[in-house]
Design a binder for this molecule. Structure first.
Ligand code: AQP
Length: 324
């Protein structure tokens, strides 16, 4: 049974991506699972093409360096022809109303841009996501609350296609990943650490140097309470640091709070733990990025496998839909 997960190169991968997803993928993934860099999904908002290319490569290197088997990873755009074809078939099986009622579309299209200028891709990308899932025959898609509606759409489209034209697609199920650390921005703990945050001072990137990680964590916002306790609502900055250290050491945040006399001591310990947690990935990713031929080889092999995997589903879907 294949599980399919993705990460979007909307910025550099960060500590939150690592603790909340990548580390789990590497440690708890099963042999048939697939992971991909969803670069096509990064195009629904304004972006820089050269940067997107660099970030996609970097993210592929990070996934492999984190310990995900190279034969389980691929880059989405390497399947652009297959996905483009399947997306069109699925768009023609999807109503405008179904796409327009996606909560994420409503939220992201209501962020100040006049509605007429919102990219059509923002409306249709859940259908592309359905194509990602259905092309690979994924049975399970681990998603957070914000994406479960998209998997529901993929289920609807798979069932509709199967019933209308003929049985081709596995109907996928959204599965809730086990609760993982939700890492918050170090400077503004009211929001989660994000790749696309404009101000990177509060974001620890996986490829940051040890020195930079120390500086960022040292400048993390805490509070003036100066009370060493794990109280996420009253002291969110402090709780974030305790949770990060907990995720790196496997000691409960409340227990950690009793071990450090000052915020400064906690910050030093957290920075040290984060540096060590990220070190093997940073070093592994850097050596892959310094060996473009090897990274290209991994990428090509992944693209070949993923294309082969989906080939019979795509050709059946096209044939049953009356084209090609
Ligand atoms: N701060 C976080 N703490 C824990 N887990 C996180 N994830 C993201 N941020 C945190 C998890 O990383 C995986 C891949 O994320 P994604 O690329 O699908 O997009 P995202 O969740 O929207 O990630 P970002 O970093 O916040 O990117 P932008 O800025 O583009 O929105 C997911 O499993 C996610 O839960």
């Amino acid at each position: 049974m294949t599980r399919l997960s993705a990460i979007t190169p909307s910025g550099h991968a960060h500590l939150g991506n690592h603790l909340g997803a990548i580390r789990r993928w590497a440690n708890q993934g099963r042999p048939g699972d697939l992971y991909f860099v969803s670069d096509l999904h990064a195009m629904t908002v304004s972006y820089n093409p050269a940067r997107l290319r660099v970030l996609s490569r970097e993210l592929l290197a990070v996934l492999v360096a984190a310990g995900i088997e190279p034969d389980q990873v691929f880059v989405q755009s390497d399947l652009v022809r297959e996905l483009g074809a399947l997306s069109w078939i699925l768009e023609c099986a999807c109503s405008y109303g179904e796409a327009a009622r996606m909560t994420q579309f409503k939220q992201k299209s209501g962020t100040g841009e006049p509605v007429g200028t919102v990219r059509l891709g923002l409306l249709t990308y859940p259908v592309l996501m359905a194509a990602d899932i259905l092309l690979q025959g994924a049975a399970e898609v681990p998603v957070g609350d914000d994406q479960s509606q998209h998997v529901e759409l993929a289920r609807t489209l798979a069932r509709r296609f199967n019933q209308t034209y003929g049985e081709v697609f596995t109907v996928p199920t959204a599965v809730m990943p086990p609760t993982a650390a939700r890492v918050r921005d170090l400077v503004d703990p009211s929001r989660k650490m994000s790749k696309s945050t404009q101000d990177s001072v509060g974001v620890v990137f996986i490829l940051d140097t040890a020195d930079l990680i120390h500086r960022k964590i040292k400048r993390a916002v805490t509070d003036s309470v100066e009370r060493m306790e794990y109280r996420p609502t009253e002291q969110p900055g402090l709780a974030n640091l305790l949770e990060i250290l907990s995720a790196c050491t496997d000691v409960a945040p409340a227990d950690l709070a009793t071990q450090y006399p000052t915020y400064g001591a906690l910050k030093s310990a957290t920075a040290e733990a984060v540096v060590e947690e990220l070190r093997p990935i940073r070093e592994g990713a850097q050596s892959l990025l310094a060996d473009p031929a090897e990274l290209d080889r991994i990428r090509k092999a992944g693209a070949h496998r993923a294309t082969e995997r989906g080939a019979h589903r795509l050709s059946s879907a096209l044939r049953l839909a009356g084209v090609a």
